[in-house]
Design a protein around this ligand. Structure first.
Ligand code: ATP
Ligand code: MG
Length: 462
């Protein structure tokens, strides 16, 4: 499967994929796009800008997705008007961004993003830090150099993302042979791939995201520099990587994206501790993470809600046992070792991917639940059922079991318990009395005597 993704279906035609100043024009009769498929609001914006004397087009993901028969997530407009000029045209418009200034035009809940044509950065622009700046490795820190339509096409990432649709003439303008690549289902960077990744390493993640989401191959020159340049992702602000990682894992093709990230060595700079776990316990770690992502993909396809917390809990869980052990070897008792390891692991991860507090808290709760689920005696089982995190904790337990963790059939017990009536439940709890219920949970597998369990156990969580 991966092999198929990375192969080039057709060798690039010499000279064809270089800069072109006149676009290929695809007339209404030569493509399948129809004006009414686009958001009415986005089309209105384009028409208004054009009537005001500016150039304006629908561009990017919406054109690409509609050509592929996919419903676009959002609609982007590109125009020759500056952000200030766009704002002046629309009452409901707001300028946003610093690194990349854009206008958001609001229509109730729909937001149309309007971007001014941008040019590549030339040496001359370097002196003007307000408009353009790079760091030492060539990364673009600010990108507000405006340009022509042709220039705007050249600075976009992939050829399939550089198609401009004019809803008035219903023609597509193609400066980078994007239509050819859409038809051949091939992801190809515009320009020199190494240079384009150095400018913005997140393009490596975008390559994976689009290849996974669209089921496209990655053209061989586009894939070739990725492994070597993957460490550049360490320089990307963690907040941007959080946004990007959600798009990677919640697009409905997260399991495929994970395979590709690992294969292209992009997983390590994003999740260093999990990558280490993947090295040390490949089969278990791989199964757990891809199972979590496969479940998530299914939920996305069914339109069910998905929580990033559950996903991050799964992505990081395999890295936890080594940390717990390390602390225990330093003399830290089991429960504080577990808590300390969880805290450290999340703090370290946030240095790469800034997971917001509203998700890190539930991650901890899902993990804590793994320690609690084995302790069911007395009223504990019913208290756990009432816990708002029970469902996530239980699902997580099943996930661990599906990856081969030994839990003494705890998942089945909880499945039965939820189905049982009151008297059956009482019987189930009574039966527990004869068994040692301290085993099989979490990274620790130690058997403890009942008295010890009482002292060292639950209090630490309560
Ligand atoms: P989707 O919205 O489905 O995720 P998209 O292609 O619309 O996909 P956006 O992030 O919305 O992606 O960006 C809109 C367009 O802006 C892209 O199609 C591409 O032309 C351009 N673009 C976005 N990010 C970059 C980047 N890092 N480098 C160059 N061009 C980019
Ligand atoms: Mg978009």
């Amino acid at each position: 499967m991966l092999k198929k993704l990375f192969q080039s279906f057709r060798p690039p035609v010499p000279g064809q994929h270089h800069r072109r100043t006149t676009p290929e024009v695809i007339n209404k009769s030569q493509h399948s796009l129809q004006r009414h498929q686009f958001s009415r609001h986005a089309v209105n914006i384009v028409e208004r800008l054009q009537s005001a004397g500016y150039q304006a087009y629908l561009v990017g993901g919406c054109v690409r997705d509609l050509m592929l028969g996919i419903t676009p997530k959002d609609f982007d407009v590109a125009t020759s008007a500056t952000p200030e000029q766009v704002r002046a045209e629309f009452r409901n418009a707001r300028i946003i961004g610093r690194r990349f200034k854009l206008v958001h035009v609001h229509f109730g809940r729909e937001i149309i993003e309007v971007a001014t044509f941008r040019a590549h950065h030339s040496e001359d622009d370097q002196g003007d830090n307000h408009r353009s700046s790079h760091n030492a490795s060539g990364r673009i820190l600010r990108d507000n150099v405006y340009g022509t339509l042709e220039e705007d096409a050249q600075r976009r990432d992939f050829t399939i993302n550089a198609l401009y649709y004019d809803p008035v003439s219903e023609r597509i303008l193609d400066y980078a042979n994007g239509v050819h690549d859409v038809r051949n289902r091939l992801l190809r960077l515009i320009g020199d791939p190494t240079h384009r990744y150095q400018e913005d390493p997140v393009r490596m993640l975008r390559a994976v995201r689009f290849a996974a989401k669209l089921d496209f191959g990655i053209e061989k020159h586009t894939v070739q520099p990725i492994r070597e340049l993957a460490p550049l992702l360490r320089e990307i602000p963690p907040a941007r990587l959080f946004e990007e990682s959600l798009k990677l894992f919640l697009s409905g093709q997260g399991a495929m994206a994970f395979e590709m990230l690992v294969d292209l060595q992009l997983f390590e700079p994003l999740f260093p501790a999990s990558a280490q776990a993947l090295d040390e316990r490949p089969s278990y770690t791989h199964t757990l993470i891809s199972q979590a992502l496969t479940n998530t993909d299914l939920r996305v396809k069914q339109g069910k809600p998905v929580t990033p917390a559950f996903l991050f809990a799964a992505l990081l869980w395999p890295a936890l046992p080594a940390r717990v052990l390390h602390l225990q070897n330093q003399g830290v008792p089991p429960i504080p070792a577990m808590n300390g390891a969880a805290h450290d692991l999340i703090a370290e991860q946030c240095a790469r991917i800034a997971i917001p507090k509203r998700f890190t808290l539930p991650i901890r709760e899902i993990w804590d639940m793994q320690e609690r689920l084995p302790r069911r005696s007395g009223k504990r089982a019913d208290q756990l059922l009432d816990n708002p995190r029970f469902r996530a904790g239980y699902d997580f337990l099943l996930l661990r079991e599906s990856a081969g963790e030994e839990t003494d059939d705890l998942g089945q017990w909880w499945t039965d318990y939820q189905d049982a009536n009151d008297s059956q439940r009482r019987d189930m709890i009574r039966e527990l009395g004869s068994r040692d219920e301290g085993t099989g949970a979490g990274p620790r597998k130690r058997k403890r005597s009942p008295s010890k369990r009482k002292r060292g156990g639950d209090e630490a969580f309560e």
